[in-house]
Design a protein around this ligand. Structure first.
Ligand code: TYM
Length: 331
């Protein structure tokens, strides 16, 4: 089973990235052939500074490694190290209906908010489809917000195969130059809420970052918005932003006990915030220490990316060749 996913280097990773996606990357590396990459070409539409782009990109690689991605088992690489992805994007672009892109969430949101929209944002889903299809991915572990993009990748694979591969059977997905991928979205962490209850997102400023200094972690957890119920009042865990994050760290039994505590008067929100701080450290202190160590050796991180790109490129060039031959631009 080929597992593939990517992360955009537009800032520091947060609990949403971890529980929605990165945790699955690490768990899955022993269950299949993992391909994980840093989507720096996608990030170009937001990061417009050379130094920042390099720092964020290396930063994401470091994050993956600190969280337990093992480069001897999984392939970790930089999107832009594989030029084949740009050619596949163009070829897919020629079977992409405009309507599909006009319905894209990211594009529509930008237009609705009156932001300037460039071709990079508009064509984002086509590049993402190329990312996924180039490596013949079976499953793509992501958060809920990427579901539409995976559907676009599936649609484009079918469209390409139907157009150019006479033996393609859309029922079984067999006989095409491109494999049909599946999204993998966790029920319990598809949308991780942030400190204000909205989806945790770099762009909303409501994140808890994984590798920020202790003080900053504490500060962001403590500023989580709650209602004004006092210590002596019963509270509803399902309506609490602190619990929305806290439950991700808890076992089923712990959830029952903590929910009970919410419903029984006598415990204030301060206690639950402290519990979240403690659980955060319990879960991430090992990774945070590894992160500090790796940060002292950026050359070895770059080396991991180079080796990963070498492996990824072998797969990428095979798929691109099949696609080029299927549509007649190579013979
Ligand atoms: P990005 O960098 O915005 O997010 C990386 C991963 O984190 C997930 N995620 C969340 N999951 C649950 N709750 C949240 N609050 C939350 N916030 C983020 C995202 O769903 C994602 O899985 N377009 C992608 C990067 C990409 C990609 C790909 C992914 C480029 N090509 C090919 C998969 C396959 C993105 O911007 O993710």
């Amino acid at each position: 089973m080929r597992i593939l996913s990517g992360l955009k280097p537009t800032g520091r990773p947060h609990l949403g990235n971890y529980f929605g996606a990165m945790r699955q990357f690490v768990d899955l590396q022993s269950k299949g052939d993992g391909y994980y990459f840093i989507a720096n070409l996608h990030a170009l539409d937001g990061v417009r500074n050379r130094k920042e782009m390099q720092e964020f990109s290396l930063g994401v690689a470091l994050d993956y490694l600190a969280l337990g991605l093992d480069p001897s088992r999984a392939t970790l690489f930089l999107q832009s190290d594989i030029p084949e992805v740009s050619e596949l994007m163009w070829i897919l672009g020629s079977v992409t209906p405009m309507g599909l892109l006009l319905r894209g969430h990211a594009y529509k949101d930008a237009v609705d908010e009156g932001r300037a929209v460039d071709f990079g944002l508009f064509a984002y889903p086509v590049l993402m489809a190329a990312d996924i299809l180039l490596y013949r991915s079976d499953v793509v572990p992501v958060g809920q917000d990427q579901k539409q993009h995976i559907e676009v990748a599936r649609d484009l694979a079918v469209k390409f195969n139907q157009t150019y591969c006479p033996g393609f059977d859309p029922q079984t997905g067999e006989g095409g130059a491109l494999k049909i991928p599946h999204a993998m979205i966790r029920d319990d962490a598809g949308v991780v809420p942030g400190t204000d209850g909205k989806k945790m997102s770099k762009s909303y400023g409501n994140t808890i970052q994984l590798f920020a200094p202790d003080k900053e972690i504490e500060k962001s957890i403590k500023r989580t918005v709650t209602d004004s119920k006092g210590v002596d009042e019963a509270k509803d865990p399902s309506a609490c932003n602190v619990y929305g994050m806290l439950k991700l760290f808890l076992t089923a039994e712990e959830r029952v006990a903590v929910e009970d505590r919410y419903r029984t008067p006598g415990t204030g929100y301060g206690h639950f915030k402290q519990l979240l701080i403690d659980k955060f450290h319990e879960a991430f202190d090992g990774a945070r220490a590894r992160h500090r160590e790796l940060a002292n050796d950026p050359a070895s991180v770059r080396e991991v990316l180079r080796n990963g790109a070498e492996r990824a490129r072998v797969e990428a060039s095979k798929t691109l060749r099949d696609v080029q031959e299927a549509c007649g631009v190579r013979w």
